[in-house]
Design a protein around this ligand. Sequence first.
Ligand code: NDP
Length: 309
Amino acid sequence: MEHVRCLIIGSGPAGYTAGIYASRANLQPVLYEGPQTGGQLTTTTEVENFPGYPDGVEPFTMMDDMRRQAERFGTEIRSGIVSKVDFSVSPKHIWIDESEELTADAVIIATGASAKYLGLPSEREFRGRGVSACATCDGFFYRKKTVAVVGGGDTACEEAIYLAGLCQKVYLIVRKPYLRASDIMQKRVRETANIETLFEHNTLRLTGNEKVEGADLIYRKGEADEETRHIDIDGFFLAIGHHPNSDIFKDYVETDEQGYIKTQPGTPITNVAGVFAAGDVADPRYRQAITAAASGCKAAIEAEKWLKS
Ligand code: NDP
């Protein structure tokens, strides 16, 4: 059975940065890319907030740069999905694509999180062409335009407020008659003049040709006064939550009630010795490429320390 010193799971900014640092520390890391090479970032259109790219960069280019940088120092990058782990033994056992098995001394989990989508066919059709799950990443492209944000939690309110600072108008589409968000966020939404909250609305479909131009909504679905409404929009932002990709680790690694891996504050150290978590799988709060990259760096440094000790 193959044995590796340092296994990295995931190919977003956290995984590749861990690869850069781990290979420079001579840990001979092996990195499995997972189902989405390049991670969540590759679902956006352009990255303008990652330091070092003053003119912005296409997500695929940026992730390819990171990948090549990790490879340059010796990270072995493989395609394949880690399907099962056993962290109760030493060395740790890892299964790839449900069959191949290998062992590892240190493991860096950088499997990210997946934004939840409504599941509408038109939402898939317009992904990257008006549909986004990250206002901080894509909001800038909708300056002075009209957008909609779906969701009633803190993320939706935060994104709506952020977008209201850039856009002419923001619709906040909420399926219940109230917001779930904290009082302070609700108050901020109410006090922002260019946010219109549409309570008890669900999205039926997005409309448009090349890109999103509008949305058909249903008001008070199933009630006597049910009504279909149309809004003209240029962008449609999902903010209905994220799902951290931590399911296969949960038998061993502690997670919070939402499934985010718990780490010692300010570090990527999990409750399992030799297992580190970096990036969005352990971060419900910041979820940015730059913060993920930083935590990937920390994870590799901690893995090196742990392997030496
Ligand atoms: P939440 O789970 O809190 O909220 C999700 C929202 O999306 C809810 O309003 C929910 O509606 C709605 N929703 C879910 N599925 C659908 C659907 N299919 N159609 C329409 N609406 C849907 O997720 P958040 O990402 O907002 O927050 C996650 C955690 O992070 C929370 O604990 C939050 O407090 C925290 N957070 C804190 C922030 C801060 O402190 N500044 C900022 C951002 C997040 P319903 O209410 O009907 O279930």
